[in-house]
Design a protein around this ligand. Sequence first.
Ligand code: 3EB
Length: 343
Amino acid sequence: MIALDALLGLSLLPASALACLPGQEDLLGGACFSHPATGTAAGDLPLLAVDMPLLNGEAALCEVWHSPGPMQSGRQGAIRYRENDNLLFGCLSLAETSPDARPPLQLSAEAAYQSIFELLEARGFGAVLRFWNYFPAINQESHQIERYRQFNIGRQDAFLAHGRTVIGNVPAACALGTASGGLHVAFLATRADVIGIENPRQLAAYHYPSQYGPRSPTFSRAGLVRLGGQAMLFISGTASIVGHQTLHGGDVAAQTRECLHNIAAIVGEANRLAPDAGFHLDRLAYKVYVRHPADLAAVRAAMAEIIAAPLTAVFLQADVCRADLLVEIEASGGHAIADGAGA
Ligand code: 3EB
């Protein structure tokens, strides 16, 4: 089922399938989701073990990126990574610690991103296609500030410390709450040029006003890249936000439709910038984060109104980065997609 000829592919697999995959040599790495988190033995493959419940009854599901070898694995500090000539996937998990009175999550986020940028500079990977950020109690307050806002300070400080821009062409990302664990960050980087895409329906997140925190989040709505002549799109976590405001508080179906309208607008921008790409809502791989498990059916129904079946999607229970957001949807397309999970 896995298209080994594509320059980049995504496979969704039960954890048990990982160990006996043919073509293991071509795997870059990924993340396994279960509740509680379970480490999956997969040699030196960089794999996050994230404590996040699945909503479709699977015990554990791994999202694994693959690309043709030859592949090389490495470690630098806390980061495990694997790379070929075109792509590098890496991940790290850090405990929250602070040397002073500053919030531990802020310091850990800064340390994580500093070490990632050091690695990418050393390995010669100039652009990040996508960051995934997972940490517990995302909406909880400590040190007089919500933890998601603490994370935003640490992340932005690391961008600034490495002379990276925090507006305009910044990487696509997501940030979700886990049930337990440290700060997990995964990233997919490339030597190709990545174009940051914004959504005309939304204020750029890096320009959010200070009512959402002292530092704006550092991410763009999507990243567009051309790999092996194929345009690929990495859409950030997308919520029911228009302008900078949350819409449809308390109405998960309306929030889901708004997420997809936002994703459709991002897809439209991507197709305008890469007219040959032909990105389409029906052909993306989705990851859907639902705050309340009881909302799953309503989210699925709202998605089915807009996206033609069969849907390639993973449904997870996660807290979203604003207390009034009930659902967040991320997506990617243009790469090979193999749904070995039978979702
Ligand atoms: C939003 O649009 C919803 O902080 O990396 C979406 C994607 C969100 C990424 C991040 C946050 C992040 O603001 C939240």
